[in-house]
Each structure stands twice: as C-alpha cells, then as structure tokens.
Design a protein. Sequence first.
Length: 132
Amino acid sequence: MKYFTIKELSHSDTAIARGIDNYPTAEAIHNLIKLVENILDPLREKYGKPIRISSGYRSAILNRSVNGATSSQHRLGEAADITVGSKEENRKLFEIIRQELPFDQLLNEYDYSWIHVSYREGRLRREILNIR
C-alpha cells in the first residue's frame, strides 16, 4: 500500500458525527489491502495525481446510517468511492480502470460526480453501471 492507508479507507465524517465505530474487521482489512494493491495504487500511478477516497469501508451500522445497500461491497472492504474533484477528471479515472485494471464493479455515479470501484478476489465480473 503505497498511496492509501486503512485509516483513510475507513474514515467517515458521518461515523464521527454519529459516534459510530467504523474500524474495519480483519477480513475487511484484508479486502481493503487487495483493493488498494490491485486497483487504487495502480490507478494512482497511471493517473499521476492524488485521488481522494470519499467512501471506503462501512460498518453495518454506518452503511444503514447512510442508506447504503444491504449487499454493499463497502461493508466487506471491497469497494471505494473515489474522486479527483471534477467530473471531467473522474471520467479519466473511470476510463483508466475500465481499460487497464482488474475490477469487479465500476460505477459512474451521477454523471461522474464520483466513481465507485470494487475488487473481489477470485470473482471479477467486470460489471459496468451508470447510476443516475
């Protein structure tokens, strides 16, 4: 893990504001490491500029608190929502992932407001979705 930390991947302003423990389980930490090693660090290398994690690991309580899907890969530490601050640049991230990196799910959320990407060891569906 060269560019990202477990602390960064489990940080949540909502969890802090609501007093929710969002420290990842051992399994989630393992999955977060795989996500970083296979997608996030290589993406940072290819993109050449910092990438911000807007949502990474979410405990079950936090996931419910933000109205996340009950089957969300965030709960397992397999997903991250990322942004670099502009839709145009987020589109570039999306294309790098789509064309060059192994992924399970890749979501363009609200016209590239942010990108959701997941990595599931041993099961990479390469599913691409647009959320509007």
